[in-house]
Ligand binder design. Structure first.
Ligand code: PGA
Length: 264
């Protein structure tokens, strides 16, 4: 059974002082919801690094019940490909696991675009995360230009290939399909566009490894996800959750996204 992953990406937003109010409202709204017995749900909050401890403290001190019921956890938005050393400003996988952080987004298009992360960096970061038994959520996706030139599949195949080349065996990696043109623009990919690419990604994993590897991998969609769009997405056979930016900043919106996922 594949996990359904609903992940919030707060990006560079909020301060530690805003964290308690966020979780109070979010947890109040979802307190009467529980997942169906056959559903394996993970609700992940990828918060800025300086907010990790505050978020963990609030969740485990006050909302332990919901945490367990909905599989809630705090994640990072990035980690270094290096183990330790003279890398000013970076955060290592071992620093994160030391704080009990078990998951990180890797290779978000904003990292690729603004910080020059290449497919090679993304692959190295993924290896580093896996070495530390973390759960990487690796982002792939095409630009508008690529899509318009009919290069969507070749770009995604190239991004996946870099990952496959450093992973002799497929491990637990969640793939987030995030078309760059849909991120923060309010223009979401259509359900059909998303399903087509998700099917392609699963197929690529199955071809490189085996069918079972493809079948057990959660592939989630990101790009202008809103409470109203989640129902259509989550019903698709190859869409196993969402990565949510803008709509994860409002506890009411993100709670609605989690509720709609549970009910769909
Ligand atoms: P968005 O961001 O939901 O604001 O489009 C998604 C993401 O960047 O992960």
């Amino acid at each position: 059974m594949r996990s359904i992953v609903v992940a919030a990406n707060w990006k560079m937003n909020k301060k530690a002082s805003e964290v308690p109010a966020f979780f109070e409202e979010f947890c109040t709204r979802i307190q009467h919801h529980s997942v169906r017995p056959h559903m394996s749900l993970e609700v992940i909050f990828a918060v800025p690094a300086p907010l990790i401890e505050a978020a963990q403290r609030v969740m485990s001190d006050q909302y332990r019940d919901q945490m367990r019921k909905l599989g809630m956890s705090i994640a990072a938005q990035n980690l270094s490909e290096h183990e330790q050393g003279a890398y000013t400003g970076e955060v290592s996988a071992s620093m994160l696991t030391d704080l009990q952080v078990r998951c990180s987004i890797i290779g978000h298009s904003e990292r690729r675009q603004h910080y020059g992360e290449t497919d090679h960096h993304v692959a190295q970061k993924t290896v580093r995360a896996l070495e530390h038994k973390m759960h990487p959520i690796v982002c792939v996706g095409e630009s508008l230009e690529h899509r318009e030139n009919g290069q969507t599949e070749s770009v995604i195949a190239r991004q996946l290939e870099a990952l496959f080349d450093v992973m002799p065996e497929w491990q637990r990696v969640t793939i987030a399909y995030e078309p760059v043109w849909a991120i923060g623009t309010g223009v979401s990919a259509s359900v059909d566009q998303a399903q087509t690419v998700h099917g392609f990604i699963r197929d690529q994993i199955a071809r490189r490894y085996d069918r079972a590897a493809g079948e057990r991998t959660s592939i989630i969609y990101g790009g202008s996800v809103k409470p109203a769009s989640i129902g259509g997405l989550i019903c698709q056979k190859d869409i196993d959750g969402v990565l949510v930016g803008g709509a994860s900043l409002q506890p009411s919106d993100f709670a609605a996204i989690v509720e709609n996922t549970i009910q769909s």
